[in-house]
Design a protein around this ligand. Structure first.
Ligand code: ZN
Length: 164
């Protein structure tokens, strides 16, 4: 088979974080040659996720419904809002079972060098969410990386200016 036939498959795999052209080729060959059922399952799962998963209107996490289960739960303390970077951070905080408030998932962190600015992390949505009149405390739970700290600092300043 001419390698060019597989190019349309390599390109999207190479776009994944941490995957270079060589790994992309290895994964593509593996799926096509050794694990066709795995490839079908992957394609199906991706299709399902793309069709059914949207962003929760309130917390921005992935959800099949307009408002996710956590946001819709009457058990949660609606006065507390924790800001996390990614759905994985959300899951980690939920796993500790020590936080009973609500969330906002930025889906990233400020990183001007990578072209990730206030718009990419939905800052305007977070601000209007945090100033809904119910939220009293915002917990900045971004990661301990330079970008995470800078994001928390910027958010802190914006929220303080709004009396939170
Ligand atoms: Zn939600």
């Amino acid at each position: 088979m001419r390698p060019s036939l597989l190019n349309p498959l390599f390109a999207p795999v190479t776009s994944l974080p941490g995957v270079g052209p060589k790994s992309a080729a290895r994964m593509a060959y593996h799926l096509l040659q050794r694990d066709r059922r795995g490839a079908e399952a992957l394609a199906g799962a991706l299709n399902h996720a793309l069709t059914h998963l949207h962003h929760c209107r309130l917390c921005n996490n992935f959800s099949e419904a307009d408002v996710c289960e956590v946001c819709a739960s009457p058990q949660r303390d609606k006065r507390q809002l924790a800001v996390v970077e990614m759905p994985a951070d959300f899951n980690m905080m939920e796993a500790t079972q020590s936080y009973g408030g609500l969330y906002f998932v930025l889906m990233g962190r400020l990183s001007p060098l990578d072209g990730i600015g206030p718009r990419e992390i939905h800052l305007d949505r977070l601000i209007s969410r945090a100033t809904d009149g119910v939220v009293e405390e915002v917990v900045l739970a971004t990661n301990f990386t330079p970008e995470g700290e800078a994001t928390a600092h910027t958010l802190g300043e914006l929220l303080k200016a709004r009396g939170l």
